[in-house]
Design a protein around this ligand. Sequence first.
Ligand SMILES: [Zn+2]
Length: 298
Amino acid sequence: MVKPLFTFGLLLSLLLGWAFVSWANPTILIFPQKVHSGDAFIVIVKGLGGFPDARLEEVFVGKKEGKKEISLKGRGTKKSLLIGVPLDARELILRVKGGNGAQIAGVRIRLLPRRVPVSRLRLPSRYLKPPERLLKRIDRERRMLRSILFRSSAFWYPKGSPVMPLKRYRKTTPFGAKRVINGVSVSPHSGVDMAAPSGTPVRAVFKGRVAFAGNLYYTGNTVVLDHGRGFYTLYAHLSSFSVRKGEVVGKGSCLGKVGSTGRATGPHLHFGIYVGGVKVDPLSIFKIPHSLWDVARW
Ligand SMILES: [Zn+2]
């Protein structure tokens, strides 16, 4: 009589103990579970009830090491966030810290390597060695874009599944491709190139606020959408654009048309995504489960 009761009691206390532990300790979950260098993914931290001042620390380990800390303040016991992994990161460490700075949860994620092809192109030499008189313009535009892409707006617009900016396209140069222009190595490709006929409508991936719409030296006619919380999409080389800065556009709405303005060899859309200032593979956001987009904010 005693023995089964004892066993039952032990089992019950183990179960209760386990339930208590899993309720009390924050848990970190990532979606999708396989993350490549240069991907965007969503992290969910559960069980934050007892930690109103929790913070999330991201540490990227690679050629360059990067560290970022994000506040998890706010109501609720579950928080989620869209994270962008730099292309040169090999490993990612996520730590949840309590108000006193002590670690309360942590995971180490081994990033899958990204296979990057080498693309060789020939372009007018003015795009490789811009004339002196244009250097000021190029530098001004680079700084202006950076200042936009590193900003984090308080709103969060993504909902449901993202929309591909082109209904039909042919992927020409993938994200991260090593590029050799006129025999000279330049920085890895910062987005994905999608070839389509000139004039094809380009659609907004998610609802967003137009952060920039104008002509830039390298990317030609360019539209940048701010989806909130440091998440941006960029559409380049457009023949024309039909939106204005500050305007809020719905998911799937037309932003402009495919063209070959700026540094381009033919009509195509250069599609880029930035998360917290980190450029990521735009196609990686399509692997995130659709139901998570609504909740991916603090
Ligand atoms: Zn491109």
